[in-house]
Design a protein around this ligand. Structure first.
Ligand code: SAM
Length: 320
């Protein structure tokens, strides 16, 4: 326990898939005016430097967001990224735009980078969610963000990064087990007008095998407490029976609850001669936006083209 540090993995292909899906989903939810409760059960440190020792040692961001930036974001002007995000919002559900929207949001965290220079900062899910909540059209809405993180170092970093946002009571966080804490947060409080709306991101490190069963149990319990919530689960695709079983289990839970689901996977493949580390991961979303499957089918071929390394590269998008 606690050997996992997301700083080594920030901006890798798994973060690209996870955050692409997360941003597209939250943007869609934000097209309605009712306040949202956003829950990040496994928050990490909040934001990462891509030029620090951890990122440089692993080289994972170089094979992830850096390649995507080089392939697709060459004409971005980081100092106008915020305006570009606003523009992108007018048509965010179109297939090409979720990828551009994702890249513009990351560019917004790199406004001090020289034009064309490689991005040195990569936001984690907490700062991505905060950025989305902070867009001008959400200012009067009072969305809430709830964060949980257990690792002592990452918890300290998260506290410091969140403090810098000056978000006040919009963000609350605790050094608690996110699986346990989730129970008390569902159903979310009713917004003005009476509607209850929440998105739950469940993104453990799967350091211990029991995380797979805990994810399924958390989703099962969540659906019992709040069946209309949006549940987004990231998982690694690795040679482990629990990892293969998890998306099947989540699909069964969605079907038993009579809810729509979406399952997207990204495989960057294995280069000739092999490569260590993770080469594929998946995102499973229960109650996804109806626009998400076509949007991902439009975006993921470009991601595969930019990040693909060889044998087995590709993507899947299934929905039901
Ligand atoms: N969601 C983050 C993002 O997208 O930027 C990355 C999170 S990282 C994959 C998983 C994090 O969960 C690690 O920082 C780890 O310390 C933390 N963690 C592990 N078990 C936990 C638990 N039971 N409750 C809360 N946090 C936990």
């Amino acid at each position: 326990m606690f050997s996992y540090r997301h700083a080594f993995h920030a901006g890798n292909h798994a973060d690209v898939l996870k955050h692409l899906v997360l941003i597209a989903t939250v943007r869609h939810l934000m097209q309605k005016s009712g306040a949202l409760t956003l829950i990040d059960t496994h928050a990490g440190a909040g934001i990462y430097r891509l030029d620090d020792q951890a990122a440089q040692t692993s080289g994972e961001a170089l094979a992830g967001i850096a390649r995507l930036q080089a392939a697709l974001a060459t004409d971005f002007k980081p100092n106008v990224a915020a305006a570009a995000v606003d523009q992108a919002q007018t048509a965010i559900d179109s297939e090409a735009n979720i990828l551009q929207d994702y890249l513009r949001l990351i560019a917004g965290f790199n406004r001090s980078a020289a034009p064309g220079a490689a991005w040195k900062v990569y936001p984690g899910s907490p700062l991505i969610l905060h950025a989305l909540m902070s867009e001008p059209e959400r200012a009067a809405v009072h969305d809430r963000l709830r964060l949980f993180e257990l690792h002592p170092t990452d918890w300290q970093a998260l506290q410091a990064h969140v403090a810098q946002l000056g978000a006040g009571r919009q963000i609350s966080m605790a050094r608690e087990d996110g699986f346990v804490a989730l129970k008390a947060l569902l159903p979310p409080p009713a917004a003005a007008g009476g509607s209850r709306r929440a998105l739950v991101l469940i993104d453990p490190s799967y350091e211990i095998k029991s995380d797979y069963a805990k994810v399924a149990a958390a989703v099962q319990d969540g659906l019992k407490r709040f069946v209309t919530g949006v549940y987004a689960v990231w998982y690694p695709i690795i040679a482990r029976p629990e990892a293969h079983a998890l998306p099947r289990r989540l699909k069964t839970l969605a079907q038993q609850a009579g809810r729509d689901w979406l399952h997207a996977t990204l495989h960057i493949g294995v280069p000739p001669g092999g490569a260590p580390g993770l080469s594929a991961s998946g995102m499973f979303v229960i109650n996804p936006p109806h626009t998400l499957a076509p949007a991902l089918r439009g975006a993921l071929p470009d991601v595969v083209q930019a990040l693909g390394r060889g044998r087995g590269q590709g993507y899947t998008v299934d929905a039901g």
